[in-house]
Design a binder for this molecule. Structure first.
Ligand code: SAO
Length: 362
């Protein structure tokens, strides 16, 4: 490598550090777009809008700051969250400056708050809330002394915070609910038709406020859905046709059903706790014909799939937010399932960040 190449590579390394050091700026700009409901404003007009049109539709502000908005939109366009289109007026003969219009991209479609749309907006607000960001500052302390980042940041674990703080409970459950709906659509696009025929009762363990199981029951109304979660969570759950809410502790017992559904539960817990949950799942389902339907990341540390790098991020998220949880590779899943009483399993990829692991008692 000549001197020039070496200097250029070093400069690239420096640029990489600048980028990663300020990666949170991208998150904050995204959060700002969600809070100002910019995607909703553009969507509701059905066409790209100018900055002044966006600005005049911002709620809870009598005079939004145009220059701030312009600079935030400029970064969001660069990040492909919105697109910008130069609107040249032919009648002006090209003499007057064109107006920049801002339109939605395939990314900002996921920011819409409209109930009919699948949205990631509540999840963005949740993950970027100061309550969920502060444990991230504890990573190096966790390496030095072990322990639980969330506890170090808040003096209590995440589920205790949710049970004691209704605002946190709502932010968390709303965040989970939107990912549940998105994932369910992906699941039902693959597990369809006769797949659910034999399943008459299905319990969603740690089902949050019930939106996920409600989506299955809506499409397959022969299924009696049981949404099972901690009492403070089901206490705030809305009514869904065909779904009953049951409050309890999965470490004590899980309501009986023909099959168990679990999304984003096992990654919250260490292997020992997961084995306890799996053993309770076995007790809840028929001994031979039962099944557990696990929706989780199957970690591929060197994978180049669309969501493989997100899996690595979620693994660190579990250090920040959970009480000993982690994402797992297929060999780790196999070992865990075996210990929990599920010697046979099948992994299916779906168009989502997660895979489906069907676990069988025999
Ligand atoms: N001991 C427990 N028993 C039952 N549910 C629990 C327990 N501890 C945590 N949870 C719930 O586990 C869920 C993890 S978050 C995942 C929620 C949902 N399955 C989804 O993917 O959208 C939360 O709703 C917690 O309240």
């Amino acid at each position: 490598m000549d001197k020039h190449d070496a200097a250029s590579k070093l400069l690239h390394g420096q640029a990489q550090i600048w980028k990663q050091m300020f990666a949170f700026v991208d998150s904050m700009a995204l959060k700002c777009a969600v809070e100002l409901q910019i995607a909703d404003i553009i969507h509701s007009h059905g066409r790209p809008l100018s900055l002044s049109e966006i600005s005049s539709n911002i709620t809870n502000s009598s005079s939004p700051s145009f220059p701030y908005l312009a600079r935030i939109m400029r970064l969001l366009v660069r990040n492909n969250i919105f697109e910008s289109i130069e609107d040249v007026q032919p009648e002006n003969g090209g003499d007057t400056p064109s107006t920049t219009l801002y339109g939605l991209t395939t990314a900002s479609r996921w920011l819409l708050n409209n109930n009919d749309q699948l949205s990631m907006a509540p999840f963005i607000l949740m993950e970027n809330h100061p309550w969920l960001l502060s444990p991230w500052h504890q990573l190096s302390t966790c390496v030095r002394e072990g322990g639980i980042a969330f506890q170090k940041a808040h003096g209590k674990e995440i589920w205790d915070m949710a049970s004691q703080n209704p605002e946190f409970n709502k932010i968390f459950n709303d965040g989970m609910e939107c990912t549940g709906k998105i994932t369910m659509q992906a699941i039902l696009s693959v597990f369809k038709g006769t797949y659910w025929d034999g399943v008459e009762t299905l319990v969603d363990v740690g089902g949050g406020t019930g939106a996920t199981i409600a989506e299955i029951v809506k499409v397959y109304p022969h299924i009696k859905g049981i949404n099972f979660d901690l009492p403070h969570v089901v206490a705030t759950a809305p009514k869904y046709d065909g779904v009953s809410h049951v409050g309890g502790d999965m470490f004590d017992a899980i309501p009986s059903a023909q099959a168990v559904f679990m999304k984003w539960i096992m990654h919250d817990w260490c292997d020992e706790d997961c084995v306890k949950i799996l053993k309770n799942c076995r007790r809840a389902i028929p001994e031979k014909t039962g099944k557990v339907f696990i929706v989780e990341v199957v970690l591929k540390p060197d994978g180049d799939g669309l969501f493989d790098s997100i899996g690595m991020i979620l693994d660190l998220l579990m250090i920040a937010h959970s009480s000993g949880g982690k994402e797992r590779t297929e060999p780790e899943w196999k070992k865990l399932l075996d210990k929990g009483g599920f010697p046979r399993y099948k992994i299916t990829e779906i168009p989502a960040c997660f895979s489906i692991i069907e676990a069988y008692p025999e």
